[in-house]
Design a protein around this ligand. Structure first.
Ligand SMILES: NC(=O)c1ccc[n+]([C@@H]2O[C@H](COP(=O)([O-])OP(=O)(O)OC[C@H]3O[C@@H](n4cnc5c(N)ncnc54)[C@H](O)[C@@H]3O)[C@@H](O)[C@H]2O)c1
Length: 469
């Protein structure tokens, strides 16, 4: 991973050549803006590579969290941060003036949707403005937040340009999308190739050199727009394929076929097929949101990305579909939703992570509460759950097995929304009178139901209307 300056091209102007040397010998100070799911792993990787890191977050609580070493939610190793503190290589602050000391700035701020599902670029705009306030010659600025093609040039460089310095001469600007997959045990920041596009060839060269210090493989592309679009393609690809299997799940329910078995069988084809699983809806900060950045961008060009919009429509109705299936399941057992005791098991958006942002559990709960269910939840990773100002009661079970789980017998329906590895699935089957399984959690683990009709499942016969038989 070590690069010698002489090996790289094109030759850079002096200010940036000096920065390149400082990067290689680890004297460059790196400011990471935004200490969240993306920013903290970047801080971790930089510390491990021997850099001095300035962490900057506008949220004082986040700063406090990092200072207190309370990092379990973020899939980073506290010992790396502890070593950073001990060696004086880590500073964390909510004060923007740390940027004065930064040679490299990596921007990892949120890019959510507005209430009307349009891109909310306010965080990027504010971050760009803050960086512009402290911009000085010899700096490299990289945007990592997922966004639509054109953001780096128009928004970031747009803010920096007013400082009167020359991009590619005095300072460098690039886009490099974050590909972190929280909770992935196999691929982390270091062994996931990093795509880099610079505003000029010198910008690309410098950004590429920077990432090569702590990422095994850097893929250079010709422009920031190409890098921005690459990230969108990756997420759109997932959103569309998940939309496809979600639609097939609903179709299979009507056909009386188990979609999970179908996908498992199709996955045995060694070429030309890629496995995606259905689920109760998209979640997290990427797949439900990022494709819509492209939809929005191309609308202004009087065109549309129909695949994105179609997948979004299908994926967005999954929580309602699942809630309806739960209602049918209760009905089958002679219960109305109103007054029924329903327990949601696993409410984060994917297994073994602590993130409930955009989790389909939120919408499923909204439907069930609206229909009058008496709702509770259990999730080993979520100590409390506030939904639209209402606190959902949490079942206090701190070990996956044991007689305390007999409490499941008090519920009319236990719904596995996300199948964390933490759970003991035979225990769930032993004590639950009736189960709705959004993830094929039981069959995949070889846990059979105790009696006919005990387990209903998304994408499988169960709530099949008589006219479809
Ligand atoms: N979470 C993921 O798995 C993931 C994966 C790949 C890409 N991304 C993308 O990375 C970006 C960041 O996502 P995240 O999940 O880390 O978000 P996050 O909400 O976990 O963290 C963002 C942090 O930025 C801070 N912030 C906001 N404005 C700031 C400013 N002006 N200066 C300094 N700090 C500021 C917030 O307080 C917050 O702590 C988004 O664009 C997202 O789409 C996320």
């Amino acid at each position: 991973m070590s690069d010698r300056l002489l090996d790289v091209s094109p030759p850079a102007p002096t200010r940036l050549t000096a920065l390149a040397s400082r990067i290689i010998d680890r004297h460059a100070r790196v400011c990471v803006m935004g200490l969240g799911y993306v920013g903290l792993p970047v801080v971790e990787a930089l510390l491990e590579a021997g850099f001095s890191v300035l962490g900057l977050d506008v949220d004082p609580q986040k700063v406090h969290l990092v200072q207190a070493g309370d990092l379990t939610t973020y899939h980073v190793r506290p010992e790396v941060f502890r070593a950073g503190w001990a060696e004086g290589r880590l500073t964390v602050s909510d004060r923007a003036d740390v940027l004065d000391r930064a040679d490299v700035v990596v921007i990892c701020v949120p890019t959510p949707l507005s209430k009307h599902r349009d891109p909310d670029l306010s965080y990027v705009i504010q971050a760009a403005q803050t960086v512009a306030d402290y911009l000085h010659a010899g700096q490299l600025i990289v945007l990592e937040s997922t966004t639509y093609p054109g953001t780096t040039r128009e928004v970031l460089q747009g803010a920096l340009a007013v400082r009167g310095l020359q991009v590619g001469q005095d300072y460098a600007v690039a886009f490099s999308p974050e590909r972190i997959d929280p909770g992935n045990p196999r691929f982390g920041l270091r062994n996931t190739p990093k795509v880099v596009g610079g505003l000029t060839p010198v910008c690309r060269w410098l950004a590429s050199l920077f990432y090569r210090q702590f990422v095994e493989r850097v893929v250079e592309v010709s422009s920031p727009e190409t890098a921005e679009m690459t990230k969108l393609l990756e997420n759109i690809f997932r959103a569309i394929n998940i939309g496809l299997v979600n639609e097939l799940a609903v179709v299979c329910e009507k056909l009386g076929i188990d979609v999970w078995e179908v996908i498992e069988a199709a996955s045995t084809k060694p070429f030309g097929f890629m496995t995606f699983w259905p689920g109760p809806g998209l979640g997290g900060h990427c797949i439900p949101i990022d494709p819509l950045y492209l939809s929005w961008r191309v609308r202004s060009l009087n065109t549309m990305v129909r695949f994105v919009d179609l997948a979004d429509a299908i994926n967005r109705q999954m929580p309602a579909h699942v809630a309806q299936q739960m209602a049918l399941c209760l009905n089958e057992h002679g219960k109305a939703v109103r007054g029924a005791r329903v327990l949601l098991v696993g409410i984060t958006y994917k297994p073994d992570v602590a993130d409930i942002r955009e989790s389909p559990a939120n919408d499923i709960a909204r439907y069930l509460l609206w229909w009058g269910a008496d709702l509770a939840y259990h999730d080993p990773y979520v100590p409390s759950w506030d939904l639209d100002g209402e606190r959902i009661p949490r079942l206090a079970l701190e070990t996956p097995t044991g007689p305390a789980w007999q409490v499941l017998a008090d519920f009319d329906l236990v719904a596995v929304v996300t199948d964390h590895a933490w759970y003991d699935y035979p225990t769930l089957v032993e004590y639950s009178p009736s189960i709705y399984d959004c993830r094929d959690a039981f069959r995949r683990r070889g846990v059979p139901s105790r009696r006919p009709g005990q387990i209903w499942k998304l994408g499988a016969p169960g709530a099949r209307p008589p006219w479809a038989r």
